[in-house]
Design a protein around this ligand. Structure first.
Ligand code: SAH
Ligand code: AVI
Length: 347
């Protein structure tokens, strides 16, 4: 096959844009400190889960996806592989020219969708959006084996307004939000995020949303409490990330990983629990954090959904649910929704 042009964009601004970049990063730092201060003042104390993903955190997450206990990645990948052709046909087949993935991670499970698009005669561009430069670098490495697909990388926080490269003229856009990452958000922020995504789309463009479904609590518990302790290391690494961002003095070795499955809320809650009474200098966040022995900070929620809950989120975000696919064991679901025409300016 003839090798086609491969577009490569640097994940970080070029030198000519350095001034803007430093202004943006000062602003971003102030926002991060505000967000951390607010989270640590709340009951319960919280640090947003996006702080899990510096380079080390992204590499640890990739290890998690290969653990025997962590079933979601394998289950979703098998479902995607089995349904890739159908999904791409539903998303426009040959006409599908723009695949955007939010929180793309390594991007490895997306390859089957891009291959299906190529097999149907399409020439999709892949736009990977992630907060982690390391994750985007891994995407670049993995997609290098697929030279017919042009790749663009966007280093962005999708919980904030973000920009995407313009859609090629006449393009059909498919946005992927996979991995069950929607379950790391409560309903209002999930809907706010997907509604913002909707603004980047034209009516008829599509969203493919992957979600963990309710299943055996013991199986879910094991997935977040692996024998090797990789999830515990991933959780504790968040404190290193916060120290780097804020100049705080958390000692990760003084915290235990605690990740119960809370049956009545249908979610894993990941916590870091102080093993002894602690005073932590919060650096640029300001003040000192006092924790009693056994007190903690919540670092992530990871929800399990019922099918109708996911379809409601899709609908409330401006998409009409068109397809629902479920793994044979009922542990993972994929919803395909079509962007409705926007009534902006009318209501
Ligand atoms: N989609 C992949 C990766 C899931 S892990 C999969 O299914 O395996 C979650 C990914 O989202 C990580 O790569 C992380 O860096 C990214 N992420 C988390 N919070 C984010 C945010 N606020 N903005 C952008 N990316 C984020
Ligand atoms: C990214 N997200 C969907 C993962 C999850 O399962 O909630 C992150 C994770 N946390 C602990 N293990 C994996």
């Amino acid at each position: 096959m003839k090798p086609l042009r491969r577009e490569r964009r640097p994940a970080l601004p070029r030198a000519a844009e350095a001034r803007t970049a430093s202004l943006v990063s000062l602003d971003a730092e102030a926002a991060a400190l505000r967000e951390l201060r607010e989270g640590l003042s709340r009951t319960p104390r919280e640090i947003p889960c996006k702080y899990l993903y510096d380079d080390a955190g992204s590499a640890l997450f990739e290890r998690i996806t290969r653990l025997p206990e962590y079933f979601p990645t394998r289950t979703e990948t098998a479902l995607l592989v089995r349904s890739a052709r159908d999904l791409v046909e539903a998303a426009g087949g040959k006409a599908l020219s723009d695949v955007v993935e939010l929180g793309s991670g390594a991007g490895s499970k997306t390859v089957c969708l891009l291959e299906a698009a190529l097999a149907l005669g399409g020439r999709p561009r892949y736009v990977a959006v992630d907060i982690s430069a390391h994750a985007l670098q891994r995407t670049r490495e993995i997609l290098a084996e697929q030279p017919e697909v042009s790749v663009e990388q966007v280093l962005a926080d999708y919980t904030q307004p973000f920009t995407l490269p313009r859609k090629p003229k006449g393009a059909r856009r498919l946005v992927l939000f996979l991995g069950g990452t929607i379950g790391n958000e409560e309903d209002p922020s999930a809907i706010a995020l997907l509604s913002r995504v909707r603004e980047h789309l034209d009516a008829g463009d599509l969203l493919l949303l992957g979600a963990n479904l309710v299943t055996d609590p013991a199986v879910i518990h094991a997935a977040y409490n692996d024998a090797e302790g990789v999830t515990a290391a991933f959780n504790r690494n968040l404190l290193r990330v916060v120290n780097a961002v804020a100049g705080s003095h958390f000692d990760p070795s003084l915290f235990d990983h605690h990740a119960p499955y809370v049956v009545e809320r249908r979610r894993i809650e990941m916590w870091l629990i102080a093993r002894e009474a602690l005073e932590v200098d919060l650096g640029r966040i300001g003040s000192t954090l006092r924790l009693g022995r056994g007190e903690g900070i919540r670092t992530e929620i990871s929800r399990r959904f019922l099918r109708d809950e996911i379809l409601r989120i899709v609908d409330a975000s401006g998409f009409t649910p068109e397809r629902w696919l479920e793994s044979p064991d009922g542990r993972f679901g994929l919803a395909l929704g079509a962007a409705r025409s926007s009534l902006r300016g009318i209501r």
